[in-house]
Design a protein around this ligand. Structure first.
Ligand code: AMP
Length: 137
């Protein structure tokens, strides 16, 4: 079972941003920017590791879920736009990085990561979750 499946199952805590039957979004614990979010599909074992191994329906659904989460990130952080990246060099479970961008260099993964308190992470996650709910209404 992957780390991210254990997060989805609630065995490992996360700063949840959004969830539906098929996808789960939570804050990256080593964020490039405040609001840096990971979006993952809920997958049966063995979980797909590479995004382009997903079947078309799951891949399309993942992107639509990312669109919804990105709208919430943009509203909650007031960033210029939300950048999208797929790396997967560390965790072997398909995931999409959504990063609030104000300038091009905000999406450079070798940038130093922010160190945020648990309180700050909770506040950001809640503000994105509320923004998503506000948009959906
Ligand atoms: P990559 O597989 O290269 O896309 O990187 C995996 C990302 O997952 C990194 O940005 C990590 O900071 C992030 N990450 C690893 N463990 C956790 C965790 N327990 N909760 C949230 N994010 C995590």
């Amino acid at each position: 079972m992957t780390l991210f499946t254990r997060i989805i199952n609630g065995e490992i805590p996360s700063y949840k941003v959004a969830e539906d039957d098929n996808y789960y979004a939570f804050l990256d614990i080593n964020p490039l920017k405040k609001g840096h979010t990971l979006v993952v599909p809920k997958l049966a074992e063995p979980e797909a590791d590479y995004i382009f191994d997903l079947d078309d329906k799951t891949l399309a659904g993942l992107m639509l879920f990312c669109k919804k989460v990105a709208a919430g990130i943009k509203r909650a952080t007031n960033c210029k736009r939300v950048g999208v990246a797929v790396l997967g060099m560390e965790v072997n479970h398909v995931h999409v990085h959504l990063v609030p961008l104000d300038k091009e260099k905000d999406l450079v993964f070798t940038n130093p990561k922010l160190s945020l308190s648990s309180d700050e992470m909770c506040t950001i996650a809640n503000s994105i979750a509320e923004a998503i709910e506000g948009i959906e209404k």
